[in-house]
Design a protein around this ligand. Structure first.
Ligand code: NAP
Length: 322
């Protein structure tokens, strides 16, 4: 079958190991099923895989892609949950130390067909297109868990989203607004601040700018560059939820005194569960909120999408269709 896969790694030139060509049909173990892919979205994770991060040499060639929407074996329209837990794991699969994402241990979604555990299938409502549904399982699910599970936010709360241009950040803004939150967002870039307002942010600020009032929670994916501002922006008892460190994970000053004196909570968040993905899908169906698509390309032009993401020339999700 046709697939987009990693054949080798390069940290300097990740696209050099990217191949578009033929790969064997996926194996389907007991309890698994096959989804015929209609749309699959690109993540930074796919570029990291081409750099050899999170993927072992002996796993090559590996079909890339974490996110997909398509048809199950009975022809039903479905969304694929990307987190594969070990067969004996029970409960929240994001806590399984042996979990993996599709394309790490098992072939990914940039292909005609992908094999997944039956329990990883979520029904797709007709109101969502395949392209929109394919954006949800990684960036949007991460944002949903940050806001509503780890952050415990509810209608009327105020949230600050750092780095408005990112894939997770744009999902945080749109979902926060739809969930009845007051949404503040920062960006270094004026054009991105304007787009954040269009997406649903109530107020936008330059990165590091002092806010007029403290917030209930901050959503962090930037890390080093925005950490101090995040801590300073929280009200006493506020929560900082972190799922990424785009600008780097090391801090000169973790602001520990602020954390204990103001009784702040710092909470990590990673991906989400199958049930959270089902709730996210229902939330989009109910509210009309939709992922922002940067561009849609036929899967046989996937190289152009990878190049755009590598150059940072993106606002919203890149989707490959079949
Ligand atoms: N834990 C999980 O499950 C999970 C899932 C998905 C992603 N992630 C992680 O989350 C992070 C965000 O990924 P993403 O794809 O959403 O976004 P991204 O494209 O990596 O960038 C996020 C934003 O960071 C801001 N930024 C970058 N460098 C900065 C700097 N020096 N100073 C200030 N702001 C800076 C930029 O905002 P502006 O240009 O608007 O200022 C950028 O739009 C990544 O580290 C990714 O690995 C984690």
């Amino acid at each position: 079958m046709f697939a987009v896969f990693a054949e080798s790694f390069s940290s300097d030139d990740p696209l050099s190991g990217l191949v578009l060509g033929e790969q064997p049909e996926p194996e389907v173990p007991d309890g698994w099923t096959t989804v015929t892919v209609k749309a699959a979205s690109l993540n930074h994770h796919d570029l990291w895989s081409l750099r050899g991060v999170g993927l072992k040499e002996e796993a090559l060639p590996m079909i890339l892609g974490c996110d997909a929407a398509g048809h199950d074996e009975d022809g039903n329209e479905v969304v694929v949950h990307a987190v594969v837990s070990s067969p004996d794991w029970r409960g929240d699969e994001t806590f399984d130390p042996r979990r993996s994402l599709l394309s790490e241990r098992h072939p990914g979604t940039f292909a005609e067909r992908v094999a997944v555990p039956r329990s990883n299938i979520v029904p797709k409502p007709a109101s969502l297109s395949f392209e929109e549904a394919a954006c949800l399982p990684t960036a949007w699910l991460t944002a949903y868990r940050m806001l509503f599970t780890q952050g415990g936010l509810k209608a009327g709360d105020t949230v600050l989203v750092q780095g408005a241009g990112g894939g997770v950040a744009t999902a945080l803004i749109a979902l926060g607004r739809a969930g009845g939150l007051r949404v503040l967002a920062t960006s270094r870039d004026e054009a991105k601040r304007a787009k954040a307002l269009e997406l649903g942010a109530h107020e936008v600020y330059e990165s590091g700018e002092r806010l007029p009032a403290k917030v209930d929670a901050v959503m962090e994916t930037v890390g080093r560059a925005t950490w101090a501002h995040s801590i300073r922006s929280l009200r006493p008892g506020g929560k900082l939820v972190i799922s990424g460190t785009t600008s780097g994970p090391k801090l000169d000053d973790a602001m520990l005194s602020h954390i204990f004196f103001l009784q702040l909570s710092v909470i990590g968040s990673t991906m989400g569960t199958r049930d959270e993905l089902a709730s996210l899908v229902t939330m989009l169906d109910a509210t009309g909120v939709r992922p922002l698509l940067d561009r849609t390309l036929p899967m046989d032009q996937a190289r152009d999408g990878f190049a755009a993401l590598a150059e940072g020339d993106v606002f919203g999700k890149i989707v490959f269709t079949r």
